[in-house]
Structures are given as structure tokens and as C-alpha cells.
Design a protein around this ligand. Structure first.
Ligand SMILES: C[S@@+](CC[C@H](N)C(=O)[O-])C[C@H]1O[C@@H](n2cnc3c(N)ncnc32)[C@H](O)[C@@H]1O
Length: 280
């Protein structure tokens, strides 16, 4: 049984980067009338209480969304992201944090499709009850790496895939690469977003290079480093988003946002970002 529960981490700096990029990509997809499919291979519970014992164990959200919540100088894409979190908190205060399925729900249009995979039985149950009755949404209890195969290509030939494993198993790094290799054969034009942690592991350090090799039509890599790993090499220094076939607008939008995020979310002097892309 997997031990990872995203409730401990909801709204932290890594979620900020991931959900900001996801929001920007989905907004871009909304720019064309034609419907699209969003597949979330590791969907989590859909939304999280920030008042529960999980979220407050280390109060990670305080160093993420908590640092943005009351700011009045948000760059436009960050303002859009924070506005979605506010929409998820109709009572006004920051007590709930939306997961990727909820961001999709808030941004996508009625004719679009959402496909969620989640392996943990409790989180899958919470997600299913959140998604119940929503049009165009399917929740699958199972392995998202495997499940993605049956979702590609979407009939509209427009699609976004988020691959956001917990990396609790070292094998997840290799599975991300194998899954993407297969997915690109089925649906080369898809937009694929991979989140990865910045931790002291050779597999994590090598992942972006391995993904570059899969993406001849173009990729974008954004990384936000906010702290240092501890003296024993443990901890999450930051995280990255690797996007295959990114919207052409994404690089310039992120270039306007990442320096600001370093200032606001950085916890140490050496906080920094990386932004790189290749186009075909
Ligand atoms: C980082 S969390 C997902 C967070 C979510 N995407 C979000 O942004 O709100 C990773 C999730 O993947 C689930 N998981 C782990 N292995 C999986 C697998 N092989 N297939 C589907 N879900 C898996 C975990 O239970 C966990 O809920």
C-alpha cells in the first residue's frame, strides 16, 4: 500500500508552480472552440482542507499559496491562479486548496472532457464523490501510467496530459519516461506536463534530460528552487515542470512570472529559477 497522501503537501511551493503552469496551459487550450480532453494520471483527492491535521502537520501551504494569498502585486497569470483558489474558497478565507482536478473543473468548458486516475482508495473515493454528476468527467480507480494508453488519442485530437506521480517509488521516474514514449506514439500532438521534485536523487536530476530526448517537436522546462536540501541531502529544494509541445505563449508568460515567484516564495538566499525551451 502506498503511504503518500497529497493532503500533507497541498498548496506548497511545488503545487503553486504545477497548478500555475497547468492553469496557463488550460487557458491557452480554451482559446480554440474545439473541445479537448484533459487526462490526469495521478489525480489525488481533487481538493484538500487546509484546516485538517494532514495539512497542518508541517503547514507546507504557508510557504506556498499562503505567501500569495494577500499580495496585491500579483503578475497576471499568478492573479488568475490565485483567483481560482479564491473561487474554491467561497467563504472568503483560505481554508481549502484545489487539487489538479478542481483546477481543471474551474478552468475547462462544459464540452471538454476530464479523465482522472488515482490509485489510493481513500483519495479515489473522495475524488469520485467530488466529481459525481459532473458532465464529461470520468474517475478511474487504478494505475494512471497504464490507464493513459486507453485515453489516447482523444477523438477531437486535442488533449492535455498531466503526469504528477508522488515518486514514492524510484521506479516512477523510469515509468514516466516509458509512459511518455508510448503516449507520444499514440498522440504526438498532445500537450504533456510532467511534474518532478528537486531532490538529491540521480533519477530526479536525470529526468529532464531523458524527457528532452523524447520531444523532437519541442519542449519547455521550468524549475523553481526555493530552499536547500538539508545537510544529509533530504528535503524538497524545489520542483520542475517539463512540458512537451508547450503552447507557444508559455515561455514568455513564465519569463514574466518566475523571477517574481523566486522573490516571493524563496526561503533562502540562493533561491532561483530555470527556464529553458527548444522549438522544432
Ligand atoms: C502528487 S499527488 C497528485 C496531486 C494532484 N495531481 C494535484 O495536483 O492535485 C500523486 C498521487 O498519485 C497517486 N498515485 C501513486 N501511484 C499511482 C499510480 N500508479 N497511478 C495512479 N495514481 C497513483 C497517489 O496516491 C497520489 O494521490
Amino acid at each position: 500500500m502506498l503511504a503518500y497522501r497529497h493532503a500533507f503537501h497541498a498548496g506548497n511551493h511545488a503545487d503553486v508552480l504545477k497548478h500555475l503552469v497547468l492553469t496557463m496551459v488550460l487557458r491557452y487550450m480554451n482559446g480554440k472552440d474545439k473541445p479537448y480532453r484533459f487526462v490526469d494520471t495521478h489525480a489525488g483527492a481533487g481538493g484538500y482542507s487546509l484546516e485538517g491535521r494532514y495539512a497542518n502537520k508541517k503547514a507546507e501551504y504557508a510557504q506556498g499559496i499562503g505567501r500569495l494569498w494577500d499580495r496585491t502585486d500579483l503578475p497576471a497569470p499568478v492573479a488568475d491562479y490565485v483567483a481560482l483558489v479564491r473561487e474554491f474558497n467561497p467563504q472568503g478565507g483560505l481554508t481549502q486548496y484545489p487539487g489538479s482536478p478542481a483546477f481543471a473543473r474551474l478552468v475547462m468548458r462544459p464540452g471538454d472532457q476530464q479523465r482522472f486516475f488515482e490509485l489510493h482508495p481513500t483519495d479515489e473515493r473522495i475524488l469520485s464523490s467530488y466529481a459525481q454528476g459532473q458532465r464529461g468527467v470520468e474517475v478511474h480507480h487504478g494505475d494512471g501510467f497504464e490507464g493513459l494508453k486507453g485515453q489516447l488519442p482523444p477523438s477531437s485530437r486535442r488533449g492535455v496530459v498531466l503526469i504528477d506521480p508522488s515518486y514514492e517509488l524510484n521506479a516512477d521516474y523510469a515509468r514516466v519516461v516509458a509512459t511518455l514514449r508510448d503516449a507520444l506514439q499514440r498522440f504526438a500532438e498532445g500537450v504533456y506536463l510532467v511534474w518532478y521534485p528537486q531532490v538529491s536523487k540521480v533519477e530526479a536530476a536525470q529526468l529532464p534530460r531523458r524527457l528532452e530526448a523524447l520531444a523532437p517537436k519541442g519542449w519547455l522546462h521550468a524549475r523553481l528552487t526555493v530552499q536547500r536540501v538539508d545537510s544529509q541531502g533530504f528535503g524538497l529544494a524545489g520542483s520542475g515542470m517539463f512540458v512537451i509541445n508547450p503552447p507557444y505563449t508559455l515561455h514568455d508568460e513564465l519569463a514574466g512570472v518566475l523571477p517574481w515567484l523566486v522573490e516571493v516564495l524563496g526561503q533562502v538566499d540562493g533561491a532561483n529559477f530555470l527556464l529553458d525551451q527548444r522549438t522544432a
